[in-house]
Design a protein around this ligand. Structure first.
Ligand SMILES: Nc1ncnc2c1ncn2[C@@H]1O[C@H](COP(=O)(O)OP(=O)(O)OP(=O)(O)O)[C@@H](O)[C@H]1O
Length: 654
C-alpha cells in the first residue's frame, strides 16, 4: 500500500526525480523541504509515514540533526546521500536509520529501500509493543503472587533484565518507615542467577549499622521523579557518603537509574537499577518505566500490605522459575561465563529468539558467535526444526549459489542430479550464515530477495521455491567499513542489521577465563579418559594474563593440548609460556566409539609432537629440545614417537 512520504532534499532535480518515482510507484509525496527547519514545519502539518532525508541540506542543520528528532519521535526515515564515506556512515548510523540510499540510485533501489525501511520500522514497533504488553502482564502476575518482598524483587529483576539491563537491583522505602532500614538487593551473578543481599549483608558491605543506614537513606537526596545518576562522584564522596556511592564502590557499578514508586502518606519505594556500563541508561528506559508504572504501583502496594515482609530467599535458584523458564535455561548450559558483557549479549539473544527477526552476530573469531546462533535457535519456537550452518568463507564463489539455493540436474558441468540447497534444508528451522562479509556481491542481491520474499529459485531452474526460514548471520568484519569500500551492499547491511548482537573478545571478559578453563579441562579429561587433578597456579595465572587473539577457540585448543600431554597423575600445566608462537595445532575431534577416541587422541598427540620436533629441528634431548618443550621425559617422548611412527630425521635440517 502507498505511503505518505516527505522528501528533505536541497537539490531540486534530485527531489523532483524522487517525487516522480514515488508517485509512479503509488506513494503520496506530502511535500519537499530543503532544510531541517522547513522539514520540521511540514512534519508538524502533514504527519508523513516516512521521511527521505539528504545529509547535506540548506541552512545550519544537517540531515543527521533532523534524523535525531525523527528517531526520537519514532518516525521512519531513510537517508539519501552522495556521501557514504565511513565517517559519515558512523554518524548516520548513530541515529539508527531504517535505511540508506546512495546517489545516484536506480528506481528499483529506491523502492526496495522504502520497503525495507517500512518493514524495519513496523516490525520493530510491533515487536516492542508485544514485548511490553507481556512485561506489563508479568508484573501484574508477580503482584498477585503471595510471596515475600525478596521473592517479589527477584521476580521483578528477572522480568526487567532484558528490557533494562542491570548488574544490581535494590529496593527500599524512602524515607525509611518508622526509621527502619528496609533496603534489600540482588546482584546478578549469571545469566539468570542472582545473589540475595539482605539488610545484614548491607551492614557488612557498608560498614554501617541498620540504624546508621536508615539515617543515611533518609538524608540521601531521594528523587521524587525517576533519575539517572553517574556514580563516579558518589563513589569519591568521603563526607556524608551516600548509600548509592557505597553500593557502587563495593559492586563496582558506574551508573544508576532510580525509579520511585509512590505509596501515599509521603512514602515511596525506590527501585534502583545499577550498571557497570557507563551511560547505560537513557530517557527511553525511564519512559518505559513510566509506562509500566501502574503495574509497578499495584505490585508495590500488594507487596507491602499483603505479603509477610521479607525473610530472604537465601538462594535465588531456578526453583523460583516457571517450568518454561527452567526448560529454556538448559539451552544456556553449555555457555560458560558470567561477565556482564557476555550476559548483555545473552540477554539480547533471549530477547530476539521468539521472533523471526534476523539477528546479526558480531565479534572477533572464536568469541562464540556460532554458539549464540545455536542458542537463539534453541530458544525459539523453531527449536524442533533444523539448524543449518553455512560458512560463506569456506565455499568457493562459483559453488555458493547452488550450495545455498540448490541446483537442477544439468544446471552446470558436474550437476548430475537435482540437489536441494541449504535454505530448503533449513525449512521450518534456522539457517546460520557465518562469515557473511565474505559473500560475493552477486550473491548478496539474491540473499536480499530471500530476506524480503522468503523465496528463491534453483540454479538452472525457474520455479520459485518458498521457504519458512529464520536467518541468523555472523561476521568478524566491520561491515560498515565493507559498505564504505563497496564490498558489501548497503541495503543488505540494513536488512541484516535489524538486531545486532556483539560478542566480547575474551581479553575483555578475563573474569570468565578460570571457569572456561575448568570447563574445557573437564571436557577433554573426560574425552581422553584421564583423571582431572586441577590446574597449576602458574598455568592459571598465565591463562589469565594472556591476550587471547584467538579467543575462546584458542583457549579450548590450548587446554586440549595440555590434557593430551598430561601424565594423568599431576595437575594440568602449560608445556611452554603462552605466546603467539606457541605450538597450537588444533585437531578436529569427532568421536563416536572408544576406538575413535583413542585414534583421535593418537592423532592429537602425533600433531603436537610433530609440531614440537619441527620447532626444535628434530632435537629431542637437552636444553630447548622437544622433550623439554613438551615437559615430558626424553625417554617417554622417544617411546611415544616409536609408537606413533614419528621419525626425528624428518625434522632435521639437511
Ligand atoms: N561461552 C562459551 N562457553 C563454552 N564454550 C564456548 C563458549 N563460547 C564459545 N565456546 C566454544 O569456543 C569455540 C569457538 O566458538 P564459536 O565457533 O561459536 O566462535 P565463532 O565466534 O563463531 O568463531 P568464528 O568467527 O571463527 O566462526 C567453540 O568450540 C565453542 O563451542
Amino acid at each position: 500500500m502507498g505511503k505518505k512520504v516527505l522528501i528533505v532534499e536541497d537539490e531540486f532535480i534530485v527531489a523532483n526525480d524522487l517525487r516522480l518515482l514515488l508517485l509512479q510507484a503509488g506513494h503520496k509525496v506530502t511535500g519537499i523541504a530543503v532544510s531541517a527547519e522547513e522539514a520540521e514545519e511540514l512534519l508538524e502539518r502533514q504527519k508523513p509515514d516516512m521521511v527521505i532525508v539528504d545529509i547535506v541540506l540548506e541552512g545550519n542543520r544537517s540531515g543527521i540533526d533532523l534524523a535525531r528528532k525523527l528517531r526520537a519521535e519514532n518516525i521512519a526515515f531513510l537517508y539519501l546521500s552522495a556521501n557514504s564515506n565511513q565517517e559519515v556512515l558512523e554518524q548516520a548510523k548513530a541515529t539508527e536509520p531504517y535505511g540508506f540510499l546512495v546517489k545516484p540510485f536506480r528506481e528499483q533501489d529506491l523502492l526496495i529501500a522504502l520497503d525495507i525501511a517500512w518493514y524495519r520500522h513496523t516490525h520493530g514497533l510491533e515487536a516492542k509493543l508485544r514485548r511490553e504488553e507481556s512485561l506489563q502482564k508479568r508484573l501484574t502476575d508477580i503482584g498477585k503472587d503471595a510471596t515475600n518482598v525478596a521473592d517479589k524483587l527477584l521476580q521483578v529483576a528477572r522480568a526487567l533484565q532484558s528490557f533494562i539491563p542491570f548488574d544490581l537491583i535494590t529496593s527500599g522505602m524512602r524515607p525509611p518507615e518508622a526509621g527502619e532500614f528496609s533496603d534489600i538487593a540482588f546482584v546478578r551473578i549469571g545469566f539468570d542467577e542472582y545473589q540475595f543481599i539482605g539488610k545484614t549483608e548491607l551492614e557488612t558491605i557498608t560498614g554501617h549499622s541498620k540504624k546508621q543506614l536508615a539515617i543515611i537513606a533518609k538524608d540521601n537526596c531521594a528523587p521524587v521523579l525517576p533519575a539517572i545518576c553517574d556514580l563516579e562522584a558518589e563513589i569519591k564522596r568521603k563526607i556524608n557518603p551516600s548509600l548509592q556511592g557505597m553500593m557502587a564502590h563495593h559492586f563496582r557499578q558506574n551508573t544508576v537509574l532510580v525509579f520511585p514508586v509512590t505509596l501515599g502518606y509521603g512514602l515511596s519505594i525506590h527501585y534502583s537499577l545499577y550498571s557497570r556500563q557507563p551511560h547505560a541508561y537513557t530517557k527511553d528506559h525511564i519512559e518505559l518505566l513510566n509506562r509500566l508504572k501502574p503495574s509497578l504501583e499495584q505490585l508495590t502496594e500488594q507487596t507491602r500490605y499483603y505479603a509477610p515482609s521479607g525473610k530472604s530467599p537465601h538462594n535465588a535458584s531456578p526453583a523460583h522459575k516457571t517450568p518454561r523458564e527452567t526448560a529454556s535455561n538448559s539451552a544456556f548450559a553449555n555457555i560458560i561465563g558470567s561477565h556482564h558483557l557476555l550476559l548483555t549479549a545473552l540477554d539480547l539473544a533471549a530477547q530476539v529468539a521468539p521472533y523471526t527477526t534476523s539477528a546479526l552476530l558480531l565479534g572477533e573469531s572464536g568469541t562464540g558467535k556460532e554458539r549464540v546462533a545455536a542458542l537463539i535457535h534453541a530458544l525459539s519456537s523453531r527449536s524442533q526444526g533444523p539448524f543449518i550452518k553455512v560458512n560463506c568463507a569456506a565455499i568457493p564463489p562459483t559453488l555458493i549459489e547452488s550450495e545455498l539455493f540448490g541446483h537442477e540436474k544439468g544446471a552446470f558441468t558436474g550437476a548430475i542430479e537435482k540437489r536441494k540447497g541449504k535454505f530448503e534444508l533449513a525449512n521450518g528451522g534456522t539457517i546460520f550464515l557465518d562469515e557473511i562479509g565474505e559473500l560475493p556481491v552477486a550473491m548478496q542481491v539474491k540473499l536480499l530477495r530471500v530476506l524480503q520474499e522468503r523465496e528463491f529459485e534453483y540454479v538452472g531452474g525457474n520455479v520459485p521455491v518458498k521457504v519458512d526460514v529464520r536467518i541468523i548471520t555472523a561476521t568478524h568484519r566491520n561491515l560498515e567499513k565493507e559498505v564504505g569500500e563497496g564490498n558489501f551492499r548497503l541495503d543488505l547491511y540494513y536488512r541484516l542489521n535489524v538486531f545486532p548482537i556483539t560478542l566480547p573478545p575474551l581479553r575483555e571478559r578475563r573474569s570468565d577465563i578460570p571457569a572456561l578453563a575448568d570447563y574445557f579441562a573437564h571436557k577433554f579429561c573426560r574425552l581422553f579418559n584421564k583423571p582431572f587433578h586441577g590446574i597449576t597456579t602458574s598455568m592459571s595465572d598465565e591463562l589469565y594474563g594472556y591476550q587471547w587473539p584467538g579467543n575462546i577457540r584458542e583457549l579450548e585448543n590450548i587446554i586440549e593440548q595440555v590434557v593430551v600431554l598430561n601424565d594423568g597423575h599431576s595437575p594440568l600445566d602449560l608445556t611452554k609460556k603462552l605466546s603467539a608462537d606457541i605450538i597450537r595445532t588444533p585437531v578436529d575431534v569427532t568421536v563416536h566409539t572408544m576406538e575413535s577416541i583413542r585414534e583421535s587422541q593418537r592423532e592429537t598427540e602425533r600433531a603436537y609432537i610433530k609440531a614440537a620436533l619441527k620447532q626444535t629441528k628434530g632435537r629431542i634431548r637437552g636444553k630447548n629440545g622437544a622433550a623439554e618443550l613438551l615437559k615430558i621425559k626424553p625417554t617417554t617422548l622417544e617411546s611415544k614417537m616409536a609408537k606413533l611412527h614419528i621419525n626425528r630425521m624428518d625434522f632435521m635440517e639437511p
